[in-house]
Design a binder for this molecule. Structure first.
Ligand code: AP5
Length: 220
C-alpha cells in the first residue's frame, strides 16, 4: 500500500499516519518531521529549511523533492509507505509520479483530510510535542497525565515554533494557494478519497480504515 496524506495543517495527518503505519505495517515518510530532524541537528539542509518553516512557508520544491525521493528509495519503504505532508505542490506531485512510475510502484490512494480553519487553529495552538520521543499531545483534546511532561518518556514538552496563531493562519493561507490544487490533480487521477477529519481521533481513524478497506485493486 502506497498512500499520500493530504490536508491542511492540523488536519491530523501525523496523528493518523502513526496509527495507520502500526495497523498496516507501513513506513512513514513525513517531510515536516525530516526537516525538523535536520533543524535539530543543525545540518546545512536544516538551516536552509528553518527560515521557511518559521515563517509558515514551504521549503523550495528542489530541496524538498530531493530529500523525500532519497528517503523513498530506502529499503523500509519498499513494501509500502505513508507520505505525510508530501507532495504539497503540483511540481512535487509530478516529481513523485515520475519517480514512482519509474520504479513500477504507483500510488494506491490519496487520503484528503478535511477540517475548517478554526478547528485547525484550535488544534495547533494547543499542540504540545515531546522533543525526545516525538509523542504529540494537545492541551484541549489530549492532555498529558502530568502537566507539561511526556507520558511516555518523562521529558519536558514544548510548543512547535510554527504553532503560534499568526503563523498557523499564514500556513493555512499557503495551503490554500499552493496545496489545494492537488485535490483536483489527484481526483483527475482517480486517487482522491475525502475523509471528514472534524471528529475525535478514533472516529477519524475508523473512517480512514473503512476508506482503505473500500479501496479496490490495491497491489500487494
Ligand atoms: P508539517 O510538520 O508537515 O506541518 P503541517 O502540514 O502544517 O501539519 P501539522 O504537523 O501541523 O499537522 P497534522 O495534520 O500532522 O496534525 P497532527 O496530527 O500533528 O510541516 C511543517 C513545515 O515543514 C511546513 O510548514 C513547511 O515549511 C515544511 N514542509 C513540510 N513538508 C513540506 C513540503 N512537502 N514542501 C515544502 N515544505 C514542506 O495534529 C495536530 C494537533 O491536533 C495535535 O496536537 C493532535 O494531538 C491534535 N489532533 C489530531 N487529530 C485530532 C482529532 N481528530 N481531534 C482532536 N485533536 C486532534
Amino acid at each position: 500500500m502506497r498512500i499520500v496524506l493530504l490536508g491542511p495543517p492540523g488536519a491530523g495527518k501525523g496523528t493518523q499516519a502513526k496509527r495507520l503505519a502500526e495497523r498496516y505495517g507501513l513506513a512513514i515518510i513525513g517531510s515536516g518531521d525530516i526537516f525538523r530532524e535536520h533543524v535539530a541537528q543543525a545540518t546545512e539542509l536544516g538551516l536552509a529549511a528553518k527560515e521557511y518553516m518559521d515563517r509558515g512557508e514551504y521549503v523550495p520544491d528542489q530541496i524538498t523533492v530531493k530529500m523525500v525521493l532519497e528517503r523513498l528509495g530506502r529499503p523500509d519503504a519498499r513494501d509500502g509507505f505513508i507520505l505525510d505532508g508530501f507532495p504539497r505542490t503540483v511540481p512535487q506531485a509530478q516529481a513523485l509520479e515520475r519517480s514512482l512510475a519509474s520504479s513500477g510502484r504507483p500510488l494506491s490512494a490519496v487520503l484528503n483530510f478535511k477540517i475548517g480553519d478554526e478547528v485547525a487553529v484550535k488544534r495547533l495552538t494547543g499542540r504540545l510535542v515531546c522533543p525526545n520521543c516525538k509523542a504529540v499531545y494537545n492541551l484541549n483534546f489530549k492532555p498529558p497525565r502530568v502537566e507539561g511532561i511526556c507520558n511516555v518518556c518523562g521529558s519536558k514538552l514544548s510548543l512547535r515554533t510554527d504553532d503560534d496563531e499568526e503563523t498557523v493562519r499564514r500556513r493555512l493561507d499557503v495551503y490554500r494557494t499552493q496545496t489545494q490544487p492537488l485535490v483536483l490533480y489527484f481526483w483527475e487521477r482517480g486517487l482522491l478519497i475525502d475523509i471528514d477529519a472534524d471528529a475525535p481521533e478514533e472516529v477519524v481513524f475508523d473512517r480512514t480504515v473503512q476508506a482503505i478497506s473500500d479501496l479496490e485493486d490495491i497491489e500487494p
